[in-house]
Design a binder for this molecule. Structure first.
Ligand code: PLP
Length: 434
């Protein structure tokens, strides 16, 4: 028989009895029952409507229930639900070509995974195979996933509980002038000193020891931190100098989030490997992947790549990807994200930072923004206030992400000006009230 539809109360009760949730002590959890989603909005089990400026986990780049993506999944389900990875499939072929076409002509092959962490696992494996080296470089302010290698690459606190010792990962500080590790007083100084620190880290650990350096071109869950001009170019130069594969982790920042197809495209750099997930198909069906440079791809022309996945290039996920990218192109969704960032959301959040002492900094690009909440002029992080402002916003119909002392404000790339203005008003009131 067909599965029956549950009431919100039944859904909640069965969730609490049987569903084990990510990253959490389970007892106190109170998950919101979501019964309906559309565009930039969702509805809870009591019928309350919310503006969803979380992207869920920052992935609904074309909004909820985009009709073209839904239709593509339906059509694909009727045509061909699944086929193993060793066959060729039309949606997979098309998506690989569409992704390659968004990048310079030295990046032409795509290895598909089920999500972001697997993409990083495989990128690292490719880099180790190609270089014959083991060690890896990753930034302290970073998140790269929750499987064995990716969690060791991760720079922030989620690594600690999983870190059981030797990992072959060396962490370094990237530039972040607001909380400078380098006593810098300007973006230029911060950038130059961060690059010097990176190079000293490499030479101190062994100039020929590193297989890869992984970096989020705009840091995501560790704070939404765009790099200063010149930093990514400097990293690229250092990687080339020491024979290190440069992996751009575009899992969160890619596919329009920053107002460009990929965040590294704001700089003048070409990475060797690019990892992606989330926005590639707005998360409608799990999908991730690695884009390989021709040089790395050719390494495996005559040698077997020692890795694979049952669902690599799953047709339902790839069909959703083809439809997502086509919709973004036809509807100018990436351009919209750039315009919203520079004309509406960015200036609006900057105005909140001017008005409220509690906002130490508003920073971001495109539809990828953070408000950093502080207690005083010394910039002491205010974690409690971030949680309180997020809760007050929710009461008034706006969902944002509270992460440590920050609010991450991350609407879909096709959000409307009016919805952004409504969200800014709710945030303003929540900041005054909390
Ligand atoms: N890399 C980055 C930059 C991410 O933001 C994330 C998830 O938030 C990941 C990797 C891991 O992706 P997934 O959760 O799909 O494994």
């Amino acid at each position: 028989s067909e599965p029956k539809t549950l009431t919100p109360d039944e859904t909640y009760a069965l969730d609490r009895a049987h569903v084990f949730h990510s990253w959490s002590a389970q007892a106190a959890l109170k998950p919101m029952v979501v019964t309906k989603t559309s565009g930039s909005r969702l509805w809870d089990g009591d019928g309350n409507e919310y503006l969803d400026f979380t992207g869920q986990l920052v992935y609904t780049n074309v909004g909820h229930q985009h009709p073209r993506v839904v239709e593509a999944i339906k059509t694909q389900a009727e045509t061909l639900c699944t086929i193993g990875p060793s066959n060729a499939n039309d949606q997979r072929s098309q998506l690989a070509k569409m992704i390659s076409d968004l990048l310079p002509d030295t990046l032409n092959k795509v290895f598909f995974t089920n999500g972001g962490t697997e993409a990083n696992e495989h990128a690292v494996r490719m880099a180790r195979e190609v270089t014959g080296r083991r060690k890896l470089l990753a930034a302290y302010r970073s998140y790269h996933g929750a499987t064995a290698q990716s969690i060791h690459l991760t720079g922030e606190a989620r690594r600690f509980a999983n870190d059981k010792g030797a990992s072959e990962v060396v962490h370094f500080f990237g530039p972040f002038l607001y909380r400078s590790e380098f006593w810098a007083t300007s973006e230029d100084e911060e950038c130059e000193r961060a690059l010097t620190h990176l190079e000293h880290t490499i030479t101190s650990e062994g100039s020929d020891a590193f297989a890869a350096l992984i970096l989020e071109p705009v840091i995501g869950s560790a704070g939404i931190i765009p790099p200063p001009p010149g930093y990514l170019e400097g990293v690229r130069q250092i990687c080339t100098k020491y024979g290190i594969i440069f992996i751009a982790d575009e899992v969160m920042a890619g596919f329009g989030r920053t107002g460009a197809w990929f965040a590294h495209q704001h700089a003048n750099v070409v990475p060797d490997l690019i990892t992606f997930a989330k926005g590639v198909n707005s998360g409608y069906v799990p999908l991730g992947g690695v884009v390989l440079s021709d040089e790395i791809a050719h390494h495996f022309d005559e040698r077997a790549y020692p890795g694979g996945l049952t669902y690599s290039g799953h047709p339902l996920a790839c069909a959703a990807g083809v439809a997502t990218i086509a919709a973004m192109q036809d509807e100018g969704i990436v351009e919209n994200a750039a315009r919203i960032g520079s004309d509406v959301l960015g200036p609006g959040l900057q105005a909140l930072a001017e008005k409220h002492d509690a906002v130490g900094q508003a920073r971001g690009v495109g539809v990828f923004w953070a408000l950093e909440l502080v207690k005083d002029a010394a910039r002491t992080p205010d974690v409690e206030r971030a949680a309180a402002v997020a809760a007050a916003s929710k009461k008034n119909g706006l969902l944002v992400i509270a992460a440590a002392n920050r609010l991450h404000v991350v609407p879909p790339c096709n959000v409307s000006d009016d919805d952004v203005r409504a969200a800014l008003t709710i945030l303003d009131e929540a900041l005054s009230a909390s």
